[in-house]
Structures are given as C-alpha cells and as structure tokens.
Design a protein around this ligand. Structure first.
Ligand code: 13P
Ligand code: SF4
Length: 364
C-alpha cells in the first residue's frame, strides 16, 4: 500500500516501506461462504426468534440500530422496535440521542466503536464482533500514526470506517454524507489535508473541492468490484436508467454517475428523482429501503467484477452479512459481544467524532 497526493507524486520511500500488503486480504471470507454457514430458519422458527428478541429488547431497555447493508429481516426488526436503520452518521447520532441503556449495533466493528465513543455511559453490543471492514483493516494505527507524524503541516481527516485508535489520531472524522462539505470548509481556511483511508472517496472529494489532499491508499473490497466497462454495457441496455453510485466505488465508475452519494442520499435520490429506472452501485441490501421509499421504481444492480473476474463479494459485504437474528438473541440472552474502547483512546476519538456531529448540526 502507498500514498498519493493526487498530483502523481508517491509517498516517500520510508513511508511506503511500512505500508506493505497485509495478511488479512487472504483471509476475508466470501459473502457466499458467510451466507452458507448461516443456520437456515423456516418462517415459524424465524417468527419465534423475532418474538423473543422483541420481548428482551423491551425488558432490557435495549435498542437495535442497523445499517442499510444488513439483512432486511434485521432492518425490519429495528424499524418495528423503535430502533433505527440508517447510514453510519445517523447510526452514531441515533445511538447517542437514544434513552436506551443498551445499544445493539447491527453493522460492522467501526460502527459499534463509534457508538461507544459517543455514548460511554451506555453498553454497546454487536451480534458479531468479527464483522469488520476492509477500510479499517487497511489502515492500521501502527502505520497510520507515524505517517501523520511525518506530515505535521496537514489536517488529518479520516473516514468513519476506521478504528478508534485511528480516529484518536485524527483532527476530524467524516462520513460519506458530509465529507466533501468538511473538506471544502477546511480548504477555504487554506488547510492542507491528509485523508484516510479510502482512496476512491478521497479522489472523488478532491475532484469536487480541488483541495490539497494527501491520500492513504485503502479501499472497500465490495465497492471496488464495480467496474466501468460492464456498467457501460448495462447502461446501453437501459438507456433511460439513471446511475446512482456510492463514492467508495472506483473513480471511473463515479464518473459515470448521475448522482454520487452516501447510502441515505442514494435512497432519497430514488424517491425524489423523476426517473423510473435506476442502476445502483452499492451493497444490494440497500434495495430493501429503496423499494420501500419508491415501490413503483425499477432498481437494477450495477455489475460487479470485470470480464472473466470471479466475484468474492457480489455487491454484498460479507462482514455486514455476519449480522443475524441468532447473534442478536445471543447478545440479549448471554450479555456477550460488548464493544470496549480504551478510555484514553475514546476521549481523543470523541473529540474528532464530535467535531463531525457539531459541523453537521451547524450546517443543517
Ligand atoms: P454510509 O456512511 O454511506 O452508510 O457508508 C458506510 C459504508 O460502510 C459504506 O460501505
Ligand atoms: Fe467496509 Fe465496504 Fe463493507 Fe462498507 S461495504 S463495511 S466500506 S467493506
């Protein structure tokens, strides 16, 4: 892995040598493997599980907060029990504002940690603590901290998809829904940016803000599978379709978009745009909320992989797929899978994360 300032200059050798390709890349389970391992439930068993979870949520004053990429069954359960289904920014906000004692985060590790960072007085749990994210894995704190130290002239802005330790080293945490506004604001103050970890999102923001950004070279292994050539072929078959793209996708795909946005922004676009058909380049579990928002519209998955490629994620994040009803029930029955963040790290990560929430509130 190396860094790039977007002007064709690579990072100094000393930095590049510390950022070798990591072992985790060979151990990521495919989404098909995760789905295959899940115990299959018939409708009766599933309803029984849901009934028991609902009862325990009330008894324990607990709330379920789910990301749009989780199984629609979990999204429906969160909706029906007064929890929330949202993007990573709203999940953090909701958890903080909720009067619940326990927050159960159905999503990936950084989302659970963010909830804990913002709400230390609450107990935060996850159905599966192993559910992580390639952006988080690709930006280890032990590499990132010295990299920041080598660039003291730059404001450190990190995407929410990072560990608590990386957030603790950052000046700002941002999510895809607000990243370009924050960078525009910093650039207007003449600040130079060190951006991590998603290189595609970084490049997209750079293209619209023209800010001076040094980019960490991480990526989302799910969105990385969307390819411009196969998307073009699909668009030719559906010339009236509008293309909606999450900015973690490669820049060549972003360039083809009619709208680029966070998960929430993409859902709103399906509802608010007058068009009938949409090609969507993001995790396909988002279709559940899109279809609810606009039942009469036609949604088509953007193709994954290039010609001849084998698809490991197939537009669904294997870590998001690890969240199950059984996992939620275990949390409630056995009090396991609590998320902990070391207090000294949490305090620093709180500052950079709270800065995001304050900025979002001020610019609403
Ligand atoms: P959002 O902030 O848009 O929900 O994205 C989070 C994420 O992990 C997308 O892959
Ligand atoms: Fe991370 Fe990509 Fe999964 Fe989102 S979809 S959690 S960015 S690996």
């Amino acid at each position: 892995m190396k860094t790039d300032n977007g002007k064709g200059r690579s990072a100094p050798k000393s930095i590049m040598s510390t950022l070798s390709t990591s072992d985790w890349e060979n151990t990521v389970p495919t989404t098909q493997e995760i789905e295959h391992q899940k115990p299959q439930l018939d409708e009766q068993q599933q309803n029984k599980l849901i009934k028991r979870i609902k009862q325990l949520l009330v008894e324990q004053n607990a709330v379920l907060v789910a990301h749009y990429y989780t199984d629609p069954v979990l999204q429906q359960l969160a909706d029906e029990t007064g929890g929330c289904v949202a993007d990573s920014l709203e999940m953090a906000r909701f958890g903080k504002a909720s009067p619940a004692d326990k927050i159960i985060v159905a999503g990936v590790r950084f989302m659970g940690e963010t909830a804990k960072i913002l709400s230390p007085e609450k107990k935060v749990f996850m159905p599966e603590l192993e559910a992580t994210c390639s952006l988080d894995l690709g930006c280890p704190a032990e590499d990132f901290i010295p990299f920041c130290d080598d660039h003291p002239d730059r404001v450190v802005v990190v995407y929410a998809n990072t560990s608590a330790r990386v957030k603790a080293r950052a000046d700002w945490v941002v999510t895809s829904g607000i990243a370009s506004e924050v960078i525009k604001h910093l650039a207007s103050e003449g600040k130079k940016i060190l951006w991590a970890p998603d290189r595609h999102l970084g490049k997209y923001i750079q293209s619209i803000t023209h800010a001076d950004m040094l980019l960490w070279q991480g990526s989302c292994i799910v969105h990385d599978e969307f390819k411009a050539d196969t998307l073009l072929t699909l668009k030719e078959k559906h010339p009236d379709a509008r293309i909606l793209v999450h900015p973690e996708s490669p820049y060549t795909v972003v360039e083809m978009a009619d709208l680029v946005g966070s998960t929430t922004q993409l859902i709103h676009a399906v509802k608010s745009m007058p068009d009938q058909t949409f090609i969507v380049a993001t995790d396909n579990r988002i279709f559940y909320k899109m279809q609810q928002a606009a039942p009469d519209k036609t949604l088509i998955e953007a193709p994954t992989g290039g010609v001849g490629a084998t698809c490991t994620m197939c537009a669904h994040c294997s870590w998001m797929a690890m969240n199950t009803l059984q996992g939620i029930l275990k949390v409630l029955e056995q009090n396991i899978n609590e998320v902990h963040v070391e207090e000294s790290v949490r305090i620093k990560a709180f500052e950079s994360t709270q800065r995001l929430l304050d900025f979002a509130a001020a610019t609403k």
